[in-house]
Design a protein around this ligand. Structure first.
Ligand code: 13P
Ligand code: ZN
Ligand code: NA
Length: 272
């Protein structure tokens, strides 16, 4: 099934997919192993910086080859595409889904940029996600601009995006204070737009809130920081306790921790 259809199915059935960022072979294999073990479908996300790190060809080929080798149903998605040229390149090389993120631009400009990508993606029949509102980024200001239901409706009508990232109280990275998702707002936005709603900034959100958000219409749960954190914390711990230079023996310890984390998240998200 194409991701577009899967997300529509999720919207109609109160279900969600986990969308995990990966950074290298180890985090990629961790995510796919967890999905395989729990027989879950999953979205693999590459940020612009991860694509810069690996190069588009390697990043894309690594993901596609790993999906095949692990025998998991998974889709490849560009996360927070702000560079229109790169977004188009990802579409050209066969990503299943892209996010065009012009959320920091004024409404009209966001509509225009997002609509252009929808047009470009049309013949590829892939999923296009855009963002409306402002989901604050790690280490930056914590201003919160919630997505308004009437604007969401107008935005989706004008752009034709399939998926919409909404600002409903989540933020990227870990939280200083416990987050409080606006569950009612999710419900209101979900009612007035045909788009599949996406929750960004899921690291640090309590399980009950994730499940409540899914019940009210969130169809895709983006998770990045917790994966990076557990992988690196585990490596830091390993390096204190070993002088083994065989990375193929040291890295798998961190990979195992990441597998456990993603498995636990999948249990939370696949609750219904
Ligand atoms: P976290 O880093 O808070 O998990 O957010 C991930 C995200 O939204 C990726 O788009
Ligand atoms: Zn995000
Ligand atoms: Na977060």
């Amino acid at each position: 099934m194409r991701l577009k259809q899967k997300l529509t199915y999720n919207k109609e059935n109160g279900k969600a997919l986990l969308a995990t960022n990966f950074y290298n072979f180890e985090t990629l294999s961790a995510v796919l192993t967890a999905a395989k073990q729990s027989e879950s479908e999953i979205i693999l996300q590459l940020s612009e910086s991860s694509i810069k790190y690996m190069g588009l060809k390697v990043a894309k080929s690594l993901a596609k080859a790993a999906i095949e080798q692990f025998g998991v149903k998974a889709w490849l998605h560009l996360d927070h595409g702000q560079d229109v040229t790169l977004v188009k390149q990802c579409i050209d090389v066969g990503f299943d889904s892209v996010m065009i993120d012009a959320s920091e631009k004024p409404f009209g400009e966001n509509v225009k940029i997002s609509h252009d990508i929808v047009k470009y993606a049309e013949s590829f029949d892939i999923n296009v996600e855009a963002e409306l509102g402002y989901i604050s980024k790690l280490g930056q200001d914590q201003k919160m601009i919630y997505t308004q239901p009437d604007e969401a409706k107008e935005f989706v009508e004008s752009t034709g995006v399939n998926a919409l990232a909404i600002a409903v109280g989540s933020a990227h990275g870990f939280y200083k204070e416990a987050p409080k998702l606006q569950i009612d707002l999710i419900e209101q936005i979900n009612k007035v737009t045909p788009a599949a709603l996406v929750l960004h900034g899921s690291s640090g959100i309590p399980d009950e809130q994730l499940q409540a958000a899914i019940q009210q219409g969130i169809t895709k749960i983006n998770l990045a920081t917790e994966i990076k954190n557990i992988f690196m914390k585990s490596l830091q711990h390993e390096f204190k306790n070993t002088d083994n230079i065989d990375l193929r023996e040291v890295f798998p310890k961190a990979t195992a921790q990441a597998i456990d984390l993603v498995s636990a998240k999948l249990r939370v998200i696949n609750f219904n």
